[in-house]
Write a protein that binds this ligand. Structure first.
Ligand SMILES: [Zn+2]
Length: 253
């Protein structure tokens, strides 16, 4: 109660140690806290809804790469404030789905096929080595974590929202780096994968996504068996396959 009393004393300038005073103060703090959480939750969910709606429009090709995203128009359309729209656009720019240009505003990102190819080339350099290192040191507990992740991927692949499955399929690779206790590698991979997020969202078919998840299972089987040569070959083939499926379909823009 002392901590609460200190807060009361500071915020209201009262030096009361009476029980009733404390109780009123606690009520005020709890009330304000609940109110803050309520508004915060409301704001977060509204931002989420705009992010979801815009991502869906991009995935369904209703918003093509390079399209300008006017804040006021979006605010009117979703019946929310411009601040919320700005927050949503900022979040999407962090995932590289949206490009923010100073003094010009926000646009749907226009990733190039060449950039996707370069990203996959760097990923091969990093991840083939990472996979072998993981196979060498993996414990049954770590293998279990990867298998649990794959189960989530497979559940997401059978649903219609491609943004969830795209995130989970990419996160599988980041999880391996995290399980190796290499935060730098995990950060680099996260960045590389988000560079291809738009291409993946727009051009990875459900069938390709299912195939990708199946390959994750085969890779983890080889990791569990500590078959390093097979792990190396499987990771390389997996990245080749994902790159081919994206850049081949996206190549005609
Ligand atoms: Zn993968």
């Amino acid at each position: 109660m002392h901590g609460v009393q200190n807060v009361c004393t500071q915020s209201h300038g009262l030096l009361s140690s009476q029980f009733t005073g404390d109780l009123t103060c606690v009520r005020k703090i709890v009330y304000n806290f609940v109110l803050f959480r309520y508004y915060f939750a409301m704001e977060t969910s509204s931002t989420d809804l705009i992010v979801k709606a815009l991502t869906k429009a991009i995935v369904e090709h209703r918003l093509e790469p390079g399209t300008k995203l006017a804040e006021q128009k979006l605010a009117d359309h979703h019946n929310v404030s411009r601040t919320l729209v700005r927050q949503a656009l900022f979040r999407m720019s962090q995932n590289r789905l949206v490009r923010m240009e100073p003094a010009r505003g926000a646009f749907v990102a226009s990733p190039s096929v060449e950039e996707a190819r370069q990203v996959f080339s760097v990923r091969r350099m990093l991840e083939c080595n990472m996979a072998v290192q993981f196979a060498r040191t993996a414990t049954p507990q770590k293998i279990k974590i990867l298998r649990a992740h794959i189960a989530k991927e497979q559940a997401a692949v059978s649903q219609t929202d491609p943004s969830v499955r795209t995130e989970l399929l990419g996160n599988f690779h980041v999880r391996i780096a995290e399980l190796l206790d290499n935060a730098v590698l995990a950060d680099i991979l996260q960045d590389l994968i988000s560079r291809c997020a738009l291409v993946t969202l727009m051009y990875q078919s459900t069938q390709d996504a299912a195939c990708s998840s199946k390959e994750h299972t085969i890779l983890v089987d080889a990791m569990e068996a500590k078959d390093e040569q097979r792990v190396l070959a499987l990771m390389s083939e997996h990245l080749d396959g994902v790159e081919r499926s994206l850049t081949f379909t996206a190549g005609n823009w």
